[in-house]
Design a protein around this ligand. Structure first.
Ligand code: TXD
Length: 318
């Protein structure tokens, strides 16, 4: 049995971390494609030369030719510009649509059986475009946003309560924009509702709600917070780790339940759009969407988030 093959389209900030994580976790052989000559070759050589130190066996190849992504099991796309301070993700749509069009054509031609994880922004629109151009089944073209948005929410909750991030469970749904939906009702510390713990901590319901509202707000703006600090570029360690969690579940057929940007056909009241929802990821890609009933307030937030996704996707006139 040969090793799995992972291709990374885009060898920038996120692409580099993706390659290193694939190698460290021995997920398979890795190809990094970029249009810049020397960049993917240099990064992959750099990582390959430390295999003896990091104790991994993997073939790593940098390339400027789509032919090298042939027979990929998983393709992860980060090609595209990142935001600058003051920009919204949506401001990237024009330039990144052009890039995504050429990338999707390359994947369609050379890796027709792969499962594609899109990371490029604006995420929900770029996944939609990638699926349209490749023509792959919806289950094989997905986007990474929710794992990261949820991880940020979890981090803030853990810091607030002084507990390990490992014991906090929380999820965000919806689009990867400022209207994303952090699910407060299901946020828990090993099953104990976070709101109950906050009420115990502050002995005051109103104060507990105020603290939670602030964490929800920070989660929604967390990408922008990093952009503002970095000044050039956007978050890259965390999006890479998040996409690797999805890729690993697919490559190992683990069937993890991860918030994933999936094409919805009626689930959560959404029809015909890519939106973040809990999904089972396995060797076939999205194997199930786990639907559950949102309460009125959550549904209202979801509808608002979906409306923003629709506005952006419809503006592409696909
Ligand atoms: O959670 C998420 N989904 C995200 C998404 C979180 C943070 C950032 N996210 C977005 O990922 C970000 O807004 C960007 O749209 C992408 C990539 O971010 P990254 O920080 O890696 O950007 P870089 O460092 O600028 O790298 C982009 C690379 C760069 O090396 C370019 O040469 C390459 O993309 N590029 C291309 N590669 C292949 N093909 C084409 N046409 C191409 N054009 C540029």
């Amino acid at each position: 049995m040969g090793r799995k093959k992972i291709s990374l389209i885009g060898g920038g900030q996120i692409g580099g971390v993706l390659a290193q994580l694939c190698a460290l976790r021995e997920l398979g052989d890795v190809v990094m494609f970029d249009i810049v000559e020397g960049l993917p070759q240099g990064k992959m050589l750099d990582i390959a030369e430390v295999g003896s130190v990091d104790r991994f066996d993997a073939c790593l190849k940098g390339t400027n030719s789509y032919e090298d992504i042939k027979d990929s099991d998983v393709v992860i796309v980060t090609a595209g510009l990142p935001r600058k301070p003051g920009m919204s993700r949506d401001d990237l749509i024009e330039v990144n649509s052009k890039i995504m069009t050429s990338v999707a054509e390359g994947i369609k031609a050379y890796a027709p059986n792969s499962i594609v994880i899109v990371i490029s922004n604006p995420l929900d629109a770029m996944v939609t475009l990638c699926q349209k151009i490749t023509g792959f089944p919806y289950s094989r073209v997905i986007g990474q946003a929710g794992v990261l948005d949820s991880a940020r929410f979890i981090t803030f909750i853990a810091w607030e309560l002084g507990v390990s991030v490992k014991d906090v469970n929380a999820m965000t749904l919806g689009g990867h924009g400022d209207d994303m939906v952090p699910l407060v009702r299901y946020a828990s510390v090993n099953g104990i509702p976070v709101m109950e713990l906050l009420e115990n901590k502050y002995k005051d319901k109103a104060k507990a709600k105020e603290v939670m509202d602030a964490m929800v707000k920070r989660t929604r703006g967390a990408g922008g917070e990093v952009v503002a600090l970095l000044k050039t570029g956007s978050a890259f360690y965390s999006p890479a780790s998040s996409a690797i969690a999805m890729a690993e579940s697919i490559l190992k057929d683990s069937k993890r339940v991860l918030p994933t940007c999936c094409f919805l056909q009626g689930e959560f009241g959404v029809n015909g759009y890519y939106v973040g929802v809990p999904a089972v990821l396995g060797e076939k890609g999205v194997e199930q969407i786990l639907e559950f009933k949102l309460d009125a307030e959550e549904q209202e937030m979801m509808d608002k988030s979906v409306a923003a996704v629709k506005g952006l996707v419809d503006s592409m006139k696909l």
